[in-house]
Design a protein around this ligand. Structure first.
Ligand SMILES: CC(C)(COP(=O)(O)OP(=O)(O)OC[C@H]1O[C@@H](n2cnc3c(N)ncnc32)[C@H](O)[C@@H]1OP(=O)(O)O)[C@@H](O)C(=O)NCCC(=O)NCCS
Length: 422
């Protein structure tokens, strides 16, 4: 029997559900259109569309270097129109054949384009008339929405039209950001040929909030011009209520699907949602907490807790949530009479470890314990001894913790008792 990856499908199911009916604006630069990656990418876009995602694709021309783009005269404009015609034909052809030789070969995908972007001339910059260089005046969002409602994929070139009947060239990335901001869009996605953004440990930067993005732009001088543009536009989009901006490197096949339908992702997500914010657990989180700690209980790393026990102690739990999933949790169980509290069930999903979540939870709960006038925090651990040492905890005999807790202690687990004075 052929192998079937049940775990992957199970992990993807909540994302499929969450993305259904969402609108994604995807920026497709000319370099990607010209690359070998395009036909696989179109298949992935087609799959997304069949999963109920509404797609607006803003494609680029690549005729001019966007960073040195100067005045656009009539001859340049004609050249642009010609290129856009070619790009559009290529995309339409691929969307028509995109699902051939796949189990979805019978699916019909319709793309549509039109005068959805109303443009105005940029005018005179530093005394020079920019002629056919334009900027967005308005996006015809109602017309676009009508097309999305009937399951058409909207293709937008970097041309906009003025009410006086003229045609202007608009920067494709700026256009994508404007489109995403002008209508309720869940995501703005920049597909690029840039390498993934890395942190100082050479690990992919999976998530940036607006503050981090701003710092990165100011501090990392080595960022390429394109990456700077993406990051700047991501900030602009977030400020304009676009929930999330993703920067994905197309050098990796399946990057879109991996980013959108897996915990691990594949690119960098920029959002002003405070993902790393810790919040008290709610009853709906019980399932998430359980699936996070169950594998660790099975391995003997964490003490087993039943659903009822978690529900009973829910007020003591805090979680960190990302995309509707509990990615980390911890509990602080106070022992009022003994003026101490136990730090328990501290767990971070393995895809999100080494990002500071564990330390954040620990510090948060230690502060909570201070506010509750506790004098110390203790923890029973089998595997994270050194992590706690590094965070100021010291090994202590079992009889230092409250008697009630000593009685519940499972000798077989042989866990170490660690205490930190507050
Ligand atoms: C322990 C745990 C909560 C840490 O969470 P995290 O978000 O990955 O940790 P942070 O990003 O805040 O800190 C990372 C640092 O802790 C270190 N660290 C993580 N787990 C460790 C462990 N078990 N032992 C020693 N050090 C550890 C990392 O090496 C890293 O240090 P470095 O940057 O010098 O390499 C997480 O690894 C986890 O859920 N582990 C399984 C459950 C568990 O052991 N819980 C504690 C039992 S009570």
């Amino acid at each position: 029997m052929e192998s079937f990856d049940i775990a992957t499908l199970r992990a993807a199911a909540p994302y499929i559900y969450a993305h259904q009916g969402s609108t994604f604006v995807i920026s497709l630069p000319a370099e990607v259109i010209a690359s070998d990656a395009l036909s696989d990418l179109i298949q992935d876009l087609a799959l997304m569309q069949t999963l109920g995602i509404k797609l607006i694709i803003v494609y680029g021309t690549g005729v001019f270097n966007r960073h040195t783009l100067g005045v656009i005269k009539q001859t340049k404009m004609r050249q642009l129109q010609h290129t856009i015609g070619e790009q559009q034909t290529r995309l339409e052809a691929l969307f028509s054949t995109g699902l051939v030789n796949t189990p979805m070969a019978g699916m019909k995908l319709t793309t549509v384009s039109g005068n959805f972007v109303v443009a105005k001339p940029i005018g005179i910059l530093a005394g020079v008339d920019q002629q056919y260089r334009g900027e967005v005046r308005r996006i015809e969002t109602t017309a676009i929405r009508q097309q999305l409602e009937i399951n058409n994929i909207v293709l937008l070139s970097s041309l906009g039209y003025s009410p006086s009947g003229e045609c202007f060239y608009i920067d494709e990335f700026q256009l994508a950001a404007n489109v995403a901001a002008s209508m309720p869009s869940e995501k703005l996605i920049f597909l690029s040929q840039e390498k993934a953004l890395l942190d100082s440990r050479k690990q992919r930067l999976k998530f940036l909030n607006l503050n981090d993005t701003d710092k990165l732009l100011k501090r990392r001088k080595s960022l390429s011009k394109s990456m700077r543009t993406y990051l700047e536009l991501a900030i602009q989009a977030c400020v304009s209520q676009v929930q999330r901006t993703h920067i994905l490197s197309c050098s990796q096949t399946g990057v879109l699907l991996q980013e959108l339908f897996s915990h691990a992702g594949a690119g960098t997500l920029i959002s002003d949602h405070h993902y790393d914010e810790i919040r008290p657990a709610k009853i709906n989180d019980v399932g998430g907490i359980q699936s996070l700690i169950k594998p660790l209980e099975d391995e003997g790393i964490l003490l087993a807790r039943s659903t009822e026990q978690i529900e009973r102690e829910l007020d003591h739990y805090v979680v960190i949530e990302r995309d509707g999933f509990v990615i980390a949790c911890a509990a602080l169980i106070p022992y009022q009479q003994e003026h101490c509290a136990e730090l328990g069930s501290i767990a971070v999903h393995k895809e999100f470890q080494h990002e500071g979540h564990g330390t954040l939870l620990m510090e948060f709960l230690e502060n909570k314990a201070r506010k509750l006038a506790m004098q110390s925090v203790f923890v029973l651990t089998t595997r994270a001894l050194h992590w706690f040492y590094e965070n100021g905890y010291k090994k202590c005999p079992l009889d230092t913790i409250p008697v009630h807790r000593q009685q519940m202690h499972d000798m077989q687990r042989n866990s170490s008792v660690l205490v930190k004075s507050l």
